[in-house]
Design a protein around this ligand. Structure first.
Ligand code: SAM
Length: 285
């Protein structure tokens, strides 16, 4: 039962947080209040006696209803922060993860060197989902050509919304099964965060399993199936000296490295995430 019904009781921010404290974390409610009140975090924190108007209560009621159903906050709000911006998300795309942000700065450095040498750069965000990786790069480097590839048409609405939000003319969507629709020797950098969770993994959070798209999470061959497909395909699509950067699961780094070696990639570097887990592999063809 939702306790926020209308404003006849002159409900304040404090009362709403208290009334829902048994089921909804205060932080999540604060984000919903920020969204419905169109105010910033400090307003919500430091004005506990603020009385919500009718519209604010109705909007909040909808969000609380969804949160109570167990839906993740980012899907309830419809956006999630990543790197320097907020990206639209919905149930068709993975909620961007903090640890993925690390590769943005790595790719900016590598891409700048490439651009300095060749004066042009084509980069593919492979398995783009919301487009958080490719679009963060497109915003930072308007002179780079960014291609966002996903297999699923269901991601296109969100990708288009995000491209429009940042008024980007250097980002383009391509629906393709990995690199099958890409011409050989045409790409300078490929950055991929593919599905890499093993089916039946005990590590995966139940909320993630219940709400996020399984096509973005799970892969065969102990989670390595898609990583291997990408390694195999990317070497023909990258130009000589081109870079492949991939994210992988917490225990997959050595397998990925081995597979890269078997496929003749060079300069293989394993990079750590914020928790010092071997999370990314950067290599060259
Ligand atoms: C782990 S999610 C990554 C989403 C986003 N890049 C991010 O970092 O938040 C993997 C993405 O790969 C896409 N995908 C899965 N299989 C694919 C395939 N065969 N070809 C292209 N994309 C695929 C999924 O739809 C999903 O958007």
């Amino acid at each position: 039962m939702i306790r926020v019904m209308n404003n006849q009781d002159n409900l304040t921010i404090r009362q709403i947080i208290d009334n829902n404290a048994d089921e909804i974390p205060q932080k999540d409610l604060e984000y919903c209040l920020i969204d419905c009140l169109k105010k910033n975090r400090s307003f919500v924190k430091f004005n506990p006696t603020y009385i919500l108007n009718n519209k604010e209560l109705i909007d909040l009621k909808k969000l609380i209803f969804e949160l109570r159903s167990g839906k993740p906050l980012s899907y309830v709000l419809g956006y999630h922060p990543f790197y320097k911006h907020e990206f639209y998300v919905d149930k068709n795309v993975l909620i961007p993860r903090n640890e993925t942000e690390i590769i943005i700065d790595e790719i900016l450095k590598a891409g700048d060197l490439w651009f300095k040498k060749y004066n042009k750069l084509t980069l593919i965000d492979l398995g783009s989902g919301s487009g958080c990786i490719g679009l963060s790069l497109a915003i930072e480097r308007p002179h780079w050509n960014i291609v966002l590839i996903d297999k699923f048409l269901s991601t296109v609405d969100i990708l288009e919304k995000n491209i429009k939000k940042f008024s980007l003319s250097n980002a383009h969507i391509l629906i393709s099964d990995w690199l099958s629709a890409v011409i050989s020797n045409s790409v300078d950098i490929i950055i991929a965060n593919p599905p890499y969770v093993e089916y039946d993994s005990a590590e995966l959070d139940e909320t993630v399993k219940m709400h996020e798209p399984h096509t973005a999470l799970f892969s065969e061959d102990h989670g390595c199936g898609d990583l291997k497909k990408i390694i195999k395909e990317a070497k023909y699509k990258l130009r000589k000296g081109g870079i492949l950067m991939m994210e992988n699961g917490f225990d997959q780094s050595e397998k990925v490295k081995k597979y890269l070696v078997e496929n003749d990639y060079k300069d293989i570097n394993i990079l750590l995430d914020y928790n010092k887990i071997q999370r990314f592999t950067k290599s060259k063809v």
